[in-house]
Design a protein around this ligand. Structure first.
Ligand code: ZN
Ligand code: ZN
Length: 374
């Protein structure tokens, strides 16, 4: 008679639930024969990913914030993708903005020189509101800022009009944590158009809503300035993104209202949007991965020029807690120069920089071999 078999649950030492599916092993009830199924490739793979996650957490140099650390153990659920739900209001507004910006381009040659300078200044301030503000300060907590600087950054952030800091941060933390899955708001696996702008034109994937809702956002909830901006976001955008950029050239040096509105407001706003979106699209699709070849984020250095330092994206996803978002400091990175200036006058402090030895160890461990020192 064959031995009856007993099925026993295998309990993972790493925990249960979401992180690890339970596996079966089969043990014969004979005292002399024990048949154990070898660990499946799937389980070994998951173990590797858990080890990877543990390493990511250990490498982090910020004890207080872990919500933006990549979780390689998360995988999309198998099954058909939910139907796309278009948000027609956003589609129409975005189309109109881009038409206005195109018209603005035709007006550029007829602008006064001061208007060009003013539009450029508004561009730089808007970008800093995203890079030094929503991104490096509020999403990643890579440095600390005193009130005058936070005030400047929140005003600059309203000028950039890319959702309020609270919402931007939630989308961005979930982008880092679950990058290239359906829980990533601008999942680059869904194609160039989707990760560039399409994600803003459709309803969020249920996984984004679910995982985004679980993030710890208590640091932002406790920050009065951030919650104040959230409360008065619409009037602040109207004032900073459209009214102020238009009124200054018109009132101060007699520019026509039309040139002021279409160049300093619409064209400048559309340019800021597209440059920041390039980080989500191009910097997740094209370029080398010298720091971590297992993620899609890439080094696309030219984007750093347009975004004032956000194109070192493979580095940034590997070390999201580095205030420079790059291995280097001022090279193609005006945002780092700006933060350093703020630190020099005492408005920024506790700047987090990954030690060179950790970077080199990481390059050796997970880089794609394209790293060139010096
Ligand atoms: Zn980031
Ligand atoms: Zn990214």
């Amino acid at each position: 008679m064959p031995f009856p078999r007993v099925r026993t649950r295998f309990h993972s030492v790493y925990g249960q639930g979401g992180l690890m599916e339970q596996e079966w092993i089969e043990i014969s009830d004979s005292s002399t024969t024990t048949i154990m199924k070898p660990l499946s490739m799937d389980l070994q793979n998951k173990r590797e990913k858990l080890k990877d996650l543990a390493l990511h957490l250990v490498e982090d140099i910020r004890p207080e914030m872990k919500e933006d650390i990549y979780d390689p153990t998360y995988q999309d659920e198998v099954g058909p993708a939910p139907k796309l739900e278009y948000v027609w209001r956003n589609i129409i507004l975005m189309a109109l903005l881009h038409l206005e910006a195109l018209y603005g381009i035709t007006l550029v040659p007829g602008c006064k020189a001061y208007t060009w300078l003013w539009a450029f200044l508004c561009y730089v301030v808007s970008i800093l509101g995203i890079t030094a503000g929503a991104h490096r300060l509020w999403s990643h907590r890579t440095y600390k800022a005193r009130l005058p600087l936070r005030l400047f950054l929140i005003i600059a952030n309203s000028m950039a009009f890319q959702n309020d800091v609270y919402e931007w941060t939630r989308d961005h933390r979930v982008h880092h944590k679950f990058t290239e899955t359906h829980a990533d708001p601008h999942n680059s696996r869904r194609g160039f158009f989707f990760c560039h702008v399409g994600w803003l034109l459709v309803r969020k994937h249920p996984a984004v809503r679910e995982k985004g809702g679980l993030l710890d956002m208590s640091d932002l909830k406790a920050e009065k300035l951030v919650m104040f901006q959230r409360r008065y976001y619409k009037p602040s955008v109207l004032l900073m993104c459209f009214i102020l950029p238009t009124l200054v050239p018109w009132y101060c040096w007699g520019e026509t209202f039309q040139h002021s509105l279409y160049v300093a407001a619409f064209l400048r706003y559309a340019a800021v949007l597209n440059m920041i979106w390039l980080v989500n699209s191009v910097a997740h699709l094209y370029g080398y991965r010298p720091y971590d070849k297992n993620i899609e984020a890439r080094e696309t250095v030219l984007i750093s020029l347009a975004t004032l330092g956000e194109g070192f994206h493979n580095y940034h996803h590997t070390f999201p807690y580095d205030y420079s978002a790059s291995e280097y400091r001022w090279s193609l990175n005006f945002t780092t120069f700006f933060i350093d200036c703020m630190a020099a006058i005492g408005l920024a402090y506790d700047l987090k920089k990954v030690p060179k030895a950790s970077i080199l160890a990481r390059i050796k461990r997970t880089g794609d071999g394209s790293y060139k020192s010096g």
